[in-house]
Design a protein around this ligand. Structure first.
Ligand code: SAM
Length: 329
Protein backbone atom coordinates (compact mmCIF):
# COMPACT_ATOMS: atom_id res chain seq x y z
CA UNK A 1 0.00 0.00 0.00
CA UNK A 2 1.09 3.55 -0.68
CA UNK A 3 0.44 5.59 2.45
CA UNK A 4 1.54 9.21 2.71
CA UNK A 5 2.81 11.02 5.78
CA UNK A 6 -0.78 11.95 6.76
CA UNK A 7 -1.90 8.30 6.56
CA UNK A 8 -3.87 8.85 3.34
CA UNK A 9 -4.07 5.68 1.24
CA UNK A 10 -2.93 6.57 -2.28
CA UNK A 11 -4.59 4.10 -4.66
CA UNK A 12 -5.52 6.30 -7.62
CA UNK A 13 -3.32 7.51 -10.49
CA UNK A 14 -4.36 10.10 -13.05
CA UNK A 15 -2.34 9.19 -16.09
CA UNK A 16 -1.89 11.78 -18.83
CA UNK A 17 -1.23 10.21 -22.22
CA UNK A 18 -0.80 13.44 -24.18
CA UNK A 19 -0.56 17.16 -23.46
CA UNK A 20 -2.19 18.00 -26.82
CA UNK A 21 -5.77 19.19 -27.06
CA UNK A 22 -8.02 19.87 -30.04
CA UNK A 23 -10.00 22.48 -28.04
CA UNK A 24 -9.00 25.73 -26.36
CA UNK A 25 -11.56 26.15 -23.57
CA UNK A 26 -11.34 29.77 -22.48
CA UNK A 27 -10.56 28.99 -18.82
CA UNK A 28 -8.06 26.22 -19.68
CA UNK A 29 -5.78 27.09 -22.61
CA UNK A 30 -5.09 30.31 -24.55
CA UNK A 31 -6.61 30.26 -28.04
CA UNK A 32 -3.23 30.44 -29.77
CA UNK A 33 -1.46 27.99 -27.43
CA UNK A 34 0.69 25.50 -29.33
CA UNK A 35 3.58 24.77 -26.98
CA UNK A 36 2.93 21.03 -26.94
CA UNK A 37 5.55 18.34 -26.39
CA UNK A 38 7.04 16.36 -29.26
CA UNK A 39 6.29 12.63 -29.48
CA UNK A 40 9.80 11.76 -28.28
CA UNK A 41 9.30 13.86 -25.12
CA UNK A 42 6.21 11.99 -23.98
CA UNK A 43 5.97 8.48 -22.62
CA UNK A 44 5.72 5.64 -25.14
CA UNK A 45 3.22 2.82 -24.58
CA UNK A 46 6.02 0.56 -23.28
CA UNK A 47 7.22 3.25 -20.86
CA UNK A 48 3.69 3.86 -19.59
CA UNK A 49 3.09 0.16 -19.01
CA UNK A 50 6.44 -0.22 -17.25
CA UNK A 51 5.79 2.73 -14.92
CA UNK A 52 2.16 1.80 -14.24
CA UNK A 53 3.29 -1.76 -13.40
CA UNK A 54 5.46 -0.29 -10.64
CA UNK A 55 2.56 1.84 -9.37
CA UNK A 56 0.25 -1.19 -9.43
CA UNK A 57 2.71 -3.31 -7.48
CA UNK A 58 2.89 -0.57 -4.87
CA UNK A 59 -0.90 -0.40 -4.41
CA UNK A 60 -2.44 1.74 -7.18
CA UNK A 61 -5.65 0.02 -8.28
CA UNK A 62 -7.54 2.83 -10.05
CA UNK A 63 -6.37 4.55 -13.21
CA UNK A 64 -7.85 7.57 -14.97
CA UNK A 65 -6.59 8.24 -18.49
CA UNK A 66 -6.51 11.95 -19.16
CA UNK A 67 -4.56 14.69 -20.97
CA UNK A 68 -4.68 17.02 -22.93
CA UNK A 69 -7.27 15.17 -24.95
CA UNK A 70 -6.45 11.47 -24.56
CA UNK A 71 -8.31 10.41 -27.72
CA UNK A 72 -5.70 12.34 -29.73
CA UNK A 73 -3.11 9.74 -28.75
CA UNK A 74 -2.73 7.21 -31.57
CA UNK A 75 -3.52 3.65 -30.47
CA UNK A 76 -5.14 4.54 -27.14
CA UNK A 77 -7.41 1.43 -27.12
CA UNK A 78 -4.39 -0.86 -27.48
CA UNK A 79 -2.61 0.94 -24.61
CA UNK A 80 -5.71 0.53 -22.43
CA UNK A 81 -5.79 -3.17 -23.28
CA UNK A 82 -2.20 -3.54 -22.05
CA UNK A 83 -2.96 -1.60 -18.84
CA UNK A 84 -6.01 -3.79 -18.29
CA UNK A 85 -3.75 -6.82 -18.20
CA UNK A 86 -1.82 -5.49 -15.21
CA UNK A 87 -2.71 -7.36 -12.06
CA UNK A 88 -4.31 -5.23 -9.34
CA UNK A 89 -5.53 -2.48 -11.70
CA UNK A 90 -9.25 -3.04 -11.22
CA UNK A 91 -10.74 0.18 -12.56
CA UNK A 92 -9.80 2.21 -15.66
CA UNK A 93 -11.66 5.38 -16.55
CA UNK A 94 -11.23 8.09 -19.17
CA UNK A 95 -11.67 11.88 -19.15
CA UNK A 96 -12.41 13.25 -22.62
CA UNK A 97 -14.02 16.20 -24.33
CA UNK A 98 -16.06 13.60 -26.24
CA UNK A 99 -15.44 15.02 -29.71
CA UNK A 100 -13.93 11.76 -31.02
CA UNK A 101 -15.88 9.40 -28.80
CA UNK A 102 -18.34 8.29 -31.45
CA UNK A 103 -15.42 6.89 -33.45
CA UNK A 104 -13.63 5.21 -30.52
CA UNK A 105 -16.34 4.11 -28.04
CA UNK A 106 -16.69 0.50 -29.34
CA UNK A 107 -12.89 -0.04 -29.44
CA UNK A 108 -12.48 1.47 -25.97
CA UNK A 109 -15.15 -0.84 -24.64
CA UNK A 110 -13.48 -3.89 -26.25
CA UNK A 111 -10.16 -2.78 -24.75
CA UNK A 112 -11.63 -2.99 -21.25
CA UNK A 113 -12.24 0.65 -20.36
CA UNK A 114 -14.78 0.80 -17.51
CA UNK A 115 -16.01 4.37 -17.23
CA UNK A 116 -16.03 7.70 -19.08
CA UNK A 117 -16.25 11.32 -17.95
CA UNK A 118 -17.11 13.78 -20.70
CA UNK A 119 -16.50 17.51 -20.41
CA UNK A 120 -19.29 19.71 -21.74
CA UNK A 121 -19.83 23.26 -20.49
CA UNK A 122 -22.86 24.28 -22.54
CA UNK A 123 -25.84 22.67 -24.25
CA UNK A 124 -26.08 25.55 -26.69
CA UNK A 125 -24.19 25.03 -29.97
CA UNK A 126 -23.03 28.64 -30.39
CA UNK A 127 -22.01 29.01 -26.78
CA UNK A 128 -20.20 25.65 -26.82
CA UNK A 129 -18.24 26.78 -29.87
CA UNK A 130 -17.39 30.10 -28.29
CA UNK A 131 -16.18 28.47 -25.02
CA UNK A 132 -14.09 25.79 -26.75
CA UNK A 133 -13.00 27.79 -29.85
CA UNK A 134 -13.18 24.75 -32.13
CA UNK A 135 -15.80 22.33 -30.77
CA UNK A 136 -19.05 21.24 -32.43
CA UNK A 137 -21.66 20.29 -29.84
CA UNK A 138 -23.26 17.64 -32.06
CA UNK A 139 -19.98 15.63 -31.92
CA UNK A 140 -20.05 15.64 -28.11
CA UNK A 141 -23.75 14.79 -27.88
CA UNK A 142 -23.25 11.86 -30.26
CA UNK A 143 -20.23 10.84 -28.19
CA UNK A 144 -22.34 10.80 -25.01
CA UNK A 145 -24.98 8.69 -26.75
CA UNK A 146 -22.28 6.23 -27.93
CA UNK A 147 -20.83 6.00 -24.42
CA UNK A 148 -24.26 4.98 -23.09
CA UNK A 149 -24.91 2.60 -26.00
CA UNK A 150 -21.57 0.88 -25.48
CA UNK A 151 -22.38 0.12 -21.87
CA UNK A 152 -19.95 2.41 -20.06
CA UNK A 153 -21.17 2.94 -16.54
CA UNK A 154 -21.37 5.38 -14.96
CA UNK A 155 -21.19 8.06 -17.68
CA UNK A 156 -20.45 11.41 -16.03
CA UNK A 157 -20.61 14.85 -17.59
CA UNK A 158 -18.19 17.45 -16.20
CA UNK A 159 -19.42 21.03 -16.36
CA UNK A 160 -17.02 23.77 -15.28
CA UNK A 161 -19.18 26.64 -14.08
CA UNK A 162 -18.18 30.25 -14.68
CA UNK A 163 -20.31 33.34 -14.15
CA UNK A 164 -21.43 34.91 -17.40
CA UNK A 165 -20.45 31.73 -19.26
CA UNK A 166 -22.94 29.06 -18.22
CA UNK A 167 -24.43 29.48 -14.74
CA UNK A 168 -27.75 30.09 -16.51
CA UNK A 169 -27.59 26.50 -17.81
CA UNK A 170 -27.13 24.75 -14.46
CA UNK A 171 -30.82 23.94 -14.22
CA UNK A 172 -30.98 22.58 -17.79
CA UNK A 173 -27.98 20.33 -17.14
CA UNK A 174 -29.48 19.07 -13.86
CA UNK A 175 -32.80 18.38 -15.64
CA UNK A 176 -31.01 15.99 -18.06
CA UNK A 177 -30.64 13.55 -15.14
CA UNK A 178 -34.44 13.20 -15.09
CA UNK A 179 -34.36 11.77 -18.62
CA UNK A 180 -30.97 10.06 -18.99
CA UNK A 181 -28.98 7.73 -16.67
CA UNK A 182 -26.09 10.19 -16.54
CA UNK A 183 -24.27 11.93 -13.72
CA UNK A 184 -23.70 15.65 -14.03
CA UNK A 185 -20.86 17.15 -12.00
CA UNK A 186 -20.64 20.89 -11.63
CA UNK A 187 -17.02 21.95 -11.10
CA UNK A 188 -15.98 25.17 -9.43
CA UNK A 189 -13.61 27.26 -11.55
CA UNK A 190 -9.97 26.93 -10.43
CA UNK A 191 -7.05 29.34 -10.91
CA UNK A 192 -5.10 27.04 -13.24
CA UNK A 193 -2.58 28.11 -15.88
CA UNK A 194 -1.65 31.56 -17.09
CA UNK A 195 -4.80 32.12 -19.12
CA UNK A 196 -5.67 35.30 -17.25
CA UNK A 197 -9.21 33.92 -17.11
CA UNK A 198 -9.78 33.24 -13.42
CA UNK A 199 -11.29 35.88 -11.18
CA UNK A 200 -13.44 35.71 -8.06
CA UNK A 201 -16.26 37.37 -9.99
CA UNK A 202 -16.27 34.50 -12.50
CA UNK A 203 -16.16 31.80 -9.83
CA UNK A 204 -19.62 30.53 -8.84
CA UNK A 205 -19.29 29.16 -5.29
CA UNK A 206 -20.78 25.84 -4.21
CA UNK A 207 -23.86 27.20 -2.40
CA UNK A 208 -24.86 29.25 -5.44
CA UNK A 209 -24.36 26.32 -7.85
CA UNK A 210 -26.52 24.18 -5.55
CA UNK A 211 -29.29 26.77 -5.40
CA UNK A 212 -29.38 26.99 -9.19
CA UNK A 213 -29.63 23.18 -9.56
CA UNK A 214 -32.67 22.73 -7.27
CA UNK A 215 -34.81 20.72 -6.63
CA UNK A 216 -32.28 18.22 -5.27
CA UNK A 217 -32.49 15.52 -2.60
CA UNK A 218 -29.44 14.11 -0.81
CA UNK A 219 -28.35 10.56 -1.70
CA UNK A 220 -26.84 8.16 0.88
CA UNK A 221 -23.09 7.88 0.23
CA UNK A 222 -23.36 4.14 -0.49
CA UNK A 223 -25.58 4.97 -3.50
CA UNK A 224 -23.20 7.52 -5.05
CA UNK A 225 -21.95 6.62 -8.55
CA UNK A 226 -18.74 4.58 -8.74
CA UNK A 227 -15.53 6.62 -8.53
CA UNK A 228 -17.23 9.49 -6.73
CA UNK A 229 -13.87 11.03 -5.72
CA UNK A 230 -14.19 14.57 -4.45
CA UNK A 231 -17.80 15.08 -5.65
CA UNK A 232 -20.86 15.21 -3.39
CA UNK A 233 -23.99 13.75 -5.02
CA UNK A 234 -27.72 14.57 -5.04
CA UNK A 235 -30.72 13.47 -7.05
CA UNK A 236 -33.62 15.29 -8.67
CA UNK A 237 -36.97 13.93 -7.38
CA UNK A 238 -37.61 11.03 -9.84
CA UNK A 239 -34.16 11.54 -11.37
CA UNK A 240 -32.55 8.47 -12.93
CA UNK A 241 -29.08 10.05 -12.91
CA UNK A 242 -27.42 12.17 -10.25
CA UNK A 243 -26.18 15.72 -9.78
CA UNK A 244 -22.77 16.19 -8.17
CA UNK A 245 -20.64 19.14 -7.12
CA UNK A 246 -16.86 19.43 -7.03
CA UNK A 247 -15.80 22.55 -5.21
CA UNK A 248 -12.05 22.64 -4.56
CA UNK A 249 -12.14 26.26 -3.42
CA UNK A 250 -15.42 26.38 -1.46
CA UNK A 251 -14.72 23.16 0.39
CA UNK A 252 -11.27 21.68 0.21
CA UNK A 253 -11.40 17.87 0.15
CA UNK A 254 -7.66 17.23 0.58
CA UNK A 255 -8.00 15.17 3.77
CA UNK A 256 -9.58 12.39 1.66
CA UNK A 257 -7.25 12.79 -1.32
CA UNK A 258 -6.11 9.42 -2.67
CA UNK A 259 -4.52 10.51 -5.94
CA UNK A 260 -1.27 11.18 -7.74
CA UNK A 261 -0.77 12.52 -11.26
CA UNK A 262 1.66 11.33 -13.90
CA UNK A 263 2.09 13.91 -16.67
CA UNK A 264 2.51 12.91 -20.33
CA UNK A 265 6.21 13.75 -19.95
CA UNK A 266 6.42 11.25 -17.11
CA UNK A 267 6.63 13.69 -14.20
CA UNK A 268 4.92 12.46 -11.04
CA UNK A 269 3.01 15.14 -9.16
CA UNK A 270 1.48 14.53 -5.77
CA UNK A 271 -1.01 17.45 -5.87
CA UNK A 272 -2.52 19.60 -8.62
CA UNK A 273 -1.04 22.58 -6.84
CA UNK A 274 2.50 21.17 -6.78
CA UNK A 275 5.11 23.07 -8.75
CA UNK A 276 7.66 20.27 -8.45
CA UNK A 277 7.57 16.63 -9.38
CA UNK A 278 9.60 13.47 -9.74
CA UNK A 279 11.01 12.92 -13.25
CA UNK A 280 10.16 9.22 -13.54
CA UNK A 281 10.47 9.07 -17.33
CA UNK A 282 13.91 10.66 -17.22
CA UNK A 283 14.94 8.10 -14.61
CA UNK A 284 13.57 5.24 -16.70
CA UNK A 285 15.38 6.45 -19.82
CA UNK A 286 18.59 6.82 -17.82
CA UNK A 287 18.37 3.13 -16.93
CA UNK A 288 16.80 3.20 -13.45
CA UNK A 289 15.74 -0.25 -12.31
CA UNK A 290 12.35 -1.21 -10.89
CA UNK A 291 13.43 -0.71 -7.27
CA UNK A 292 14.77 2.78 -8.00
CA UNK A 293 11.51 3.75 -9.75
CA UNK A 294 9.44 2.39 -6.87
CA UNK A 295 11.60 4.23 -4.31
CA UNK A 296 11.11 7.46 -6.28
CA UNK A 297 7.33 6.91 -6.30
CA UNK A 298 7.31 6.25 -2.55
CA UNK A 299 9.39 9.36 -1.90
CA UNK A 300 6.98 11.52 -3.93
CA UNK A 301 4.00 10.05 -2.06
CA UNK A 302 5.69 10.78 1.26
CA UNK A 303 6.06 14.45 0.25
CA UNK A 304 2.38 14.91 -0.72
CA UNK A 305 1.28 18.22 0.78
CA UNK A 306 -1.43 18.30 3.44
CA UNK A 307 -3.62 20.48 1.22
CA UNK A 308 -3.58 22.70 -1.83
CA UNK A 309 -3.55 26.44 -1.31
CA UNK A 310 -5.83 27.28 -4.22
CA UNK A 311 -8.04 29.66 -2.29
CA UNK A 312 -5.02 31.50 -0.88
CA UNK A 313 -3.37 31.65 -4.33
CA UNK A 314 -6.56 33.00 -5.92
CA UNK A 315 -7.01 35.52 -3.12
CA UNK A 316 -3.54 36.90 -3.90
CA UNK A 317 -4.75 37.41 -7.48
CA UNK A 318 -2.46 34.64 -8.77
CA UNK A 319 -2.97 31.43 -10.73
CA UNK A 320 -0.93 28.24 -10.77
CA UNK A 321 1.55 28.64 -13.64
CA UNK A 322 1.04 25.19 -15.19
CA UNK A 323 -1.80 24.54 -17.62
CA UNK A 324 -4.02 21.56 -16.84
CA UNK A 325 -2.87 19.80 -20.03
CA UNK A 326 0.76 19.96 -18.83
CA UNK A 327 -0.02 18.35 -15.48
CA UNK A 328 -2.72 15.88 -16.53
CA UNK A 329 -6.11 17.43 -15.88
N1 SAM B 1 -9.54 16.68 -22.45
C1 SAM B 1 -10.10 15.96 -21.34
C2 SAM B 1 -11.43 16.56 -20.94
O1 SAM B 1 -11.91 17.47 -21.63
O2 SAM B 1 -12.03 16.08 -19.98
C3 SAM B 1 -9.18 15.85 -20.13
C4 SAM B 1 -8.34 17.02 -19.75
S1 SAM B 1 -9.25 18.43 -19.17
C5 SAM B 1 -7.94 19.50 -18.74
C6 SAM B 1 -9.88 17.83 -17.63
C7 SAM B 1 -10.93 18.68 -16.95
O3 SAM B 1 -10.32 19.83 -16.40
C8 SAM B 1 -12.04 19.18 -17.87
O4 SAM B 1 -13.29 18.81 -17.33
C9 SAM B 1 -11.85 20.68 -17.83
O5 SAM B 1 -13.07 21.34 -18.01
C10 SAM B 1 -11.26 20.88 -16.45
N2 SAM B 1 -10.58 22.16 -16.26
C11 SAM B 1 -9.64 22.72 -17.02
N3 SAM B 1 -9.26 23.93 -16.54
C12 SAM B 1 -10.01 24.15 -15.42
C13 SAM B 1 -10.12 25.21 -14.49
N4 SAM B 1 -9.38 26.30 -14.59
N5 SAM B 1 -11.01 25.08 -13.47
C14 SAM B 1 -11.78 23.96 -13.35
N6 SAM B 1 -11.71 22.91 -14.21
C15 SAM B 1 -10.85 23.01 -15.24
Amino acid sequence: MLIDSLKRNINYLRLSVTDRCNLRCSYCLPKLYSNFSSTSEIMSDEEIVSLVRSFAELGISKLRITGGEPLLRPGLPSLIKKLRELKSIDDISLSTNGIFLKKFAPELSDAGLDRINISIDSLNADKYKSITSFGEITDVLEGIECALENGFSPVKLNVVVSRGMNEDEINDFAALTEIYPIHIRFIELMPMGETGYFSFDKRVPLDEMMKLAQPLDPIPVENWPKGSGPAKYFRRPNGIGTVGFISPLSSNFCSDCNRMRLSAKGVLISCLADDQGMYLLRMLRAGANEKEIKDAIKLTVSCKPEKHLMMETATEGKSYPQFMCQMGG
